[in-house]
Design a binder for this molecule. Structure first.
Ligand code: PGA
Length: 252
């Protein structure tokens, strides 16, 4: 049995004060929930250190939304794995479709980041997903296979066990459109089989595969009950404590 993972991607939302309010509400809400899922929150860089101090001695994990693959140097505006660890992160989201589309990150760059993060003992949430055009052109599986094969190029068995995949159809992110539970399950099953082919059956059975894209309290139960959906990566609905907590409650 894989434990469920509920991760909140705050994106470019919440200044420091707002972050303190949100994390305090989440923390308080969690005390009255009998939660068996793994909880991860990914605030903006500017709030990481403060949020970390507020979640000490709780079961909440801290993640960043991106990082650079170099150790240090002349990379204005970038953040290293070591910097993230120094403010308490144990997770990092890599390959988010917004990084791919707006910031032109390629599979190769994402692969370098994954490699570096895992070397530095940060756990990775590796995002993949097809666009609407790709889905309509019936190349969803081909696109996802390419993203996975390239993103995991030269990532060893020992390292990949610290990676979680997040399937986020681009057409479902922030649009209010969700993949149907059956559509999502079909893709998750495909991903699990591909991981078995690339690694081993054991690794694929243990790997968590999250769904992301307009997950909210109203659709979480049907998505999370699918055999190969091990949790959710949540954007919009994680910005309010009550909806994030509601999804955590649904996850069990
Ligand atoms: P959304 O975002 O829940 O707002 O669709 C999900 C994500 O981008 O991770």
């Amino acid at each position: 049995m894989r434990t469920k993972v509920i991760a909140g991607n705050w994106k470019m939302n919440k200044n420091l004060n707002e972050s303190v309010t949100l994390v305090s509400e989440i923390k308080n809400g969690l005390t009255s929930l009998n939660c068996s899922s793994e909880i991860i929150i990914c605030p903006p860089y500017t709030s990481l250190e403060t949020v970390n101090s507020l979640i000490k001695n709780t079961a909440i994990n801290l993640g960043a939304q991106n990082m650079h693959f170099e150790d240090s140097g002349a990379f204005t505006g970038e953040i290293s794995a070591d910097m993230l660890k120094s403010v308490g992160c144990n997770y990092v989201i890599l390959g988010h479709s917004e990084r791919r589309k707006i910031f032109l990150e390629t599979d190769e760059v994402i692969n370098e980041k994954i490699n570096k993060a895992l070397d530095e003992k940060l756990k990775v949430i590796f995002c993949i997903g097809e666009t609407l055009t790709e889905r309509e052109s019936k190349i969803t599986f081909k696109v996802l296979e390419e993203q996975i094969v390239n993103g995991l190029n030269n990532i060893s068995d020992e390292k990949v066990v610290n990676l979680t995949v997040a399937y986020e159809p681009v057409w479902a992110i922030g649009t209010g459109k969700t993949a149907s539970p059956e559509q999502a399950q079909e893709v998750h099953e495909f991903i699990r089989k591909l991981i078995a082919k690339l690694y081993s059956n054991n690794i694929s059975q243990d790997m968590k595969i999250l769904y992301g894209g307009s997950v909210k309290p109203g659709n979480a139960a049907s998505l999370l009950s699918q055999a190969d959906i091990d949790g959710a990566l949540i954007g919009g609905a994680c910005l309010k404590a009550d909806s994030f907590l509601e999804i955590i409650k649904i996850a069990g």
